[in-house]
Design a protein. Sequence first.
Length: 305
Amino acid sequence: MNSEPNWDFYRTLLAVLQHGSLSAAARELGLTQPTIGRHIDALEEAIGARLFVRSTNGLIATDAALELKPYAETLAATSAALLRTASGHRERISGTVRISASEVIGVEVLPAVLAPLIEAHPELDIELSASDTVEDLLSRAADIAIRMAEPTQEALVVRRIGDIPLGFHAHRRYLERTGTPQTLADLGAHRLVGFDRQTAYVRTMVKRFPLADDLIFGFRTDSTLAQLSAIRAGLGIGICQTGLASRDPDLVPVLQQAFQIPLGTWAVMHEGIRTSPRYRVTFDALVAGLTDYVRGAARSIDWPQ
């Protein structure tokens, strides 16, 4: 490498890779197209290799650009974490907190938990990553995470929330058409909502809570949120959180005594940010709100608390 490139050049590179053109990258970064072009030219000169080839369909990334991409993504994540940390060294509750949670928790549960927190602290900004992918807190991909598996990494502050009960449910309309199964074996005669592939999590659940071998899922999706929507729409019988089902009078528990799954839940954050006011108050609010949610779900089915 001839000289050390400006860090902004890597941000520009990432934007061009993500958007496929200089003009789109310029709009994303709030810069002019010629400035974007100069950044790419300077980075190519510094590394001594072409980064993009022009074609009728836009810019095509070279192998050199693709090799740099993960490092540019790391720089972008580190830059965002630096800004979040730097803006947090004030006693007032302000700045950005990034929260990672599963799809269902992020969409169905956390908004109600976070609303009073933001109302009490209007200068607090929340970034919510609602995904079933586990984000690494040690690399600061997120500041706080709600996990459905017990964390094993060190240097983390961990608070166990409790067990969220899961069970089979169906829309009342579906059961009126098909009848209600009385045993697990009866599920074979019903349309079931489930996963379209055996992930590690699904395999673990099947081992811990075995079902009949001949069950066939008539509606399959990777998304737990899509499964919940399918159950609500009356497409079939599926597994969902009892606390969410209890909010809808048209969702009926099925085989409640024969099949229940306790979904362990933890709130986690990096120990290095535990004394920062905005992280501490957000973490405490999440713990309190989710604890109330778990207790309410347990009461709805007389679950041990």
